[in-house]
Design a protein around this ligand. Structure first.
Ligand code: SAM
Length: 286
């Protein structure tokens, strides 16, 4: 067991400092103070953070710490903190560690018994969920999903069953494809919320069912930064029994229906996507 009393120890420590996700006024008074008083600020990109720090009036020494150098850099930073340095870590935007570098450094500090002091502040997923209209308890945050449809599929299957809100980040140039991939797994009436450009002038929420959102992107290009939220599964999807559904399809086929019509009817009845049942049904036969 290890006990950390964040403010009883003097000397080196790591502050994890959230920065605005768009609106510069979202920097907190405490964050500014910590950034100003630290010995160093470890940044993902010193140029990006340089602009932010200048805008909020913080002038301090910057160190580079990003996903490509974090393994090598973490022990160096830990050594500096063991020798008494106070380091404030920031990412390009939002919370360090949340789909951003920082985790390796936090682990290394804990290992070396260097205090890790987190500051509260902006994060895109938490900002999105409170305005989504979906219950935030329980929720699952996935960060970025894999890019390939085949690798996204198990995540969507999990979200499809989850009786809580599922949240993930997606890049604008991949969003249309990802929404189309979702339509292969979720029922068309599953409620979705897309939170775009949070805290910025073009902040926008698209709330609707999956079919509507998918249609919308046929003639609208996704632009800016997005958080994708999937509403909790209704209770009935929790009890999907694939063998039962296959049997229902077989029975309909045996009574003269085409396989396509049988799958469509059974999927509709079960409240799941016909494509998902189609894929599962044929996988079983393969
Ligand atoms: N550390 C950040 C946080 O705490 O939210 C996340 C960094 S991650 C590299 C960047 C992704 O977060 C973007 O691709 C987007 O999906 C999401 N994001 C960041 N800022 C956003 C904003 N203002 N509006 C919507 N999504 C945002």
């Amino acid at each position: 067991m290890q006990k950390q009393s964040s403010f009883e120890q003097t000397g080196g420590k790591l502050y994890l400092v959230p920065t605005p996700i768009g609106n510069l006024e979202d920097i907190t008074i405490r964050a500014k103070k910590v950034l100003q008083n630290a010995d160093y600020i470890a940044c993902e990109d010193t140029r990006t953070s340089g602009v932010l720090l200048k805008a909020i009036g913080v002038h301090n020494k910057l160190l580079s710490f990003h996903k490509y150098n974090s393994e090598a850099r973490a022990p160096e930073l830990v050594k500096m903190m063991q020798e008494g340095a106070v380091i404030a870590e920031i990412s390009d935007a939002g919370m360090p560690v949340i789909s951003d570098p920082g985790f390796i450094l936090v682990q290394a500090c804990i290992e070396a018994q260097v205090p890790v002091v987190p500051l509260p502040g902006p994060s895109a997923f938490a900002t999105a969920v409170i305005a989504s209209g979906f219950d935030a308890q329980p929720m699952t945050y996935y960060g970025f999903l894999p890019r390939k449809a085949s690798e996204q599929r198990p995540y969507f299957e999990q979200m499809n069953q989850f009786q809580g809100t599922s949240i993930f980040y997606e890049a604008p140039h991949r969003l249309r494809k990802t929404v189309a991939n979702m339509a292969k797994i979720f029922a068309p009436d599953r409620q979705i919320c897309l939170a775009r450009e949070l805290t910025k002038v073009h902040e926008e929420f698209l709330r609707g069912n999956l079919e509507e959102i998918n249609d919308y992107f046929q003639d609208h290009d996704p632009r800016g930064e997005y958080v994708v939220l999937v509403s909790p599964a209704a209770e009935k999807t929790q009890t999907i029994s694939w063998p039962d559904l296959f049997e229902q399809v077989d029975q309909l086929v045996a009574t003269g229906n085409s396989k396509k019509d049988a799958i469509k009817a059974v999927a509709k009845q079960a409240g799941i996507s016909k494509n998902q049942l189609y894929d599962r049904y044929h996988e079983r036969q393969a």
